[in-house]
Design a protein around this ligand. Structure first.
Ligand code: G3H
Ligand code: 13P
Ligand code: NA
Ligand code: ZN
Length: 328
C-alpha cells in the first residue's frame, strides 16, 4: 500500500535503520527496486525528479507507481518528489498522488542561485502548510551540496550551481538547522556534508576532511528528533566502473560515499539515503557488456533484462547494508 514517508522514517528511527530512496525514470528501474524490496522484505521509497517527470511524462510516472502498488500490494511504498524547486512543483506532485515531497529551498527556483536563509524558510514553510493538511510528508534542505575538495557546487548532472562556495555554505550548521526545523515544522531535513550528485564526488576515497560524517553527529545531537537525509549518496562501486570501462566506456577515476560511512551516519539520525547514480552505473555496465558480447542481438528485452537484474542487485545490497531487511 502507499504509505506516508513520515510513517516509514519514524519506524526506521525507532528501529535504528536507514532507507535507501531510489530515483526511478522508467519501467525497468521501478521493477528492479520492487523486486529487490520483495526479496529482502524492505519498505520502498521511489522518488522522481523533475527530470524524471519530464523524461517519462507525468501520466507514466503516476501509473508506473500505480502498477508497482498493484503488482506488490503488500509492500509499503512511498512516492516522493525529489528536489522540488518551488511550492508549485510540490503542489503538482501532490496532485499527481505523491505521498511525500521535497521542497529544495537551498537554491532559488532557477535551480542555480544560492538562496537566502529567509527564502528557504519561507518556501519550505509554505509547502509544509499545504502538504500537512493532506497528510503528505515534507523534506527540506539546508546547506548546499558540493565538494569540499574543489569548494564548488554540484553542477555535474546539469542542475545545481557551479559557483565557488565557502565551507559554511557546504556544511549545514547545527544551530541554523535547529532554527530551520522549528520555523518550518518539516518532517525530514537534507543536510550538506560534502557529497554531491552524480558519479564524480571525490578524487580519492573520502576521509573526514572531505566527507563530514562528524557534522551529521553534531546536527543529530542538536536536533535528535529530526529525520536526516543524505543526498548524493551513491557509493560509485569500483567494480561497476570497471565493467563500464572494460566494455567501451570512458569513465574517469572517481570515488563515491563508502557504504561504511553511510552505516555510521545511520547510527546518528540519517534515515533516508538518496541513490540514483549507482543504479545508472549498474544498468549502463550491464547493457554495454551484453551488447559487446552479443553484437548480433537487437531485441531490447534481451539487453534490458541484465540491466534490470544489475539494478536489482545494487538495490538489494543497499537494503541489506542499511538494515532494511525484514522491516517491511
Ligand atoms: O537530484 C539528482 C538525481 O540524481 C536526479 O537526477 O535530475 O537527472 O533526474 P535527474
Ligand atoms: P547520487 O547521484 O549520488 O546517486 O545521488 C542521488 C540524489 O541525491 C537524488 O536526490
Ligand atoms: Na558531482
Ligand atoms: Zn539529491
Amino acid at each position: 500500500p502507499i504509505v506516508s514517508m513520515r510513517e516509514l522514517l519514524d519506524h526506521a528511527a525507532a528501529n535504528g535503520y536507514g532507507i535507501p530512496a531510489f530515483n526511478v525514470n522508467n519501467l525497468e528501474q521501478v521493477q528492479a527496486v520492487m523486486e529487490a524490496a520483495k526479496e529482502t522484505g524492505s519498505p520502498v521509497i521511489l522518488q522522481a525528479s523533475a527530470g524524471a517527470r519530464k523524461y517519462a511524462g507525468e501520466p507514466f510516472v503516476k501509473h508506473l507507481i500505480q502498477a508497482a502498488l498493484e503488482a506488490y500490494p503488500s509492500i509499503p511504498l512511498v512516492m516522493h518528489q525529489d528536489h522540488g524547486q518551488s511550492p508549485d512543483v510540490c503542489a503538482g506532485a501532490i496532485k499527481l498522488g505523491f505521498s511525500s515531497v521535497m521542497m529544495d529551498g537551498s537554491l532559488e527556483a532557477d535551480g542555480k542561485t544560492i538562496a537566502s536563509y529567509d527564502y528557504n524558510v519561507d518556501v519550505t514553510r509554505k509547502v509544509v502548510d499545504m502538504a500537512h493538511q493532506l497528510g503528505v510528508t515534507v523534506e527540506g534542505e539546508l546547506g548546499c551540496l558540493g565538494s569540499l575538495e574543489t569548494m564548488r557546487g554540484d553542477k555535474e548532472d546539469g542542475h545545481g550551481t557551479d559557483s565557488t562556495m565557502t565551507r559554511e555554505q557546504l556544511l549545514t550548521d547545527p544551530e541554523q538547522a535547529a532554527d530551520f526545523v522549528k520555523k518550518t515544522q518539516l518532517d525530514a531535513l537534507a543536510i550538506a556534508i560534502g557529497t554531491s550528485h552524480g558519479a564524480y564526488k571525490f578524487s580519492r576515497k573520502p576521509t573526514g576532511d572531505i566527507l563530514a560524517i562528524d557534522r551529521i553527529k553534531e546536527i543529530h545531537r542538536r536536533i535528535p528528533n529530526t529525520h536526516l537525509v543524505m543526498h548524493g549518496s551513491s557509493s560509485v562501486p569500483q567494480d561497476l566502473l570497471a565493467i563500464i570501462n572494460q566494455y567501451g566506456g570512458k569513465m574517469k577515476e572517481t570515488y563515491g560515499v563508502p557504504v561504511e560511512e553511510i552505516q555510521e551516519a545511520i547510527k546518528h539520525g540519517v534515515r533516508k539515503i538518496n541513490i540514483d547514480t549507482d543504479i545508472r552505473l549498474a544498468m549502463t555496465g550491464a547493457v554495454r557488456k551484453f551488447l559487446a558480447e552479443n553484437p548480433d542481438k537487437f531485441d531490447m528485452r534481451e539487453w534490458m533484462k541484465p540491466a534490470r537484474e544489475a539494478a536489482k542487485q545494487v538495490c538489494k545490497q543497499r537494503y541489506i547494508e542499511f538494515g532494511c531487511e525484514g522491516q517491511a
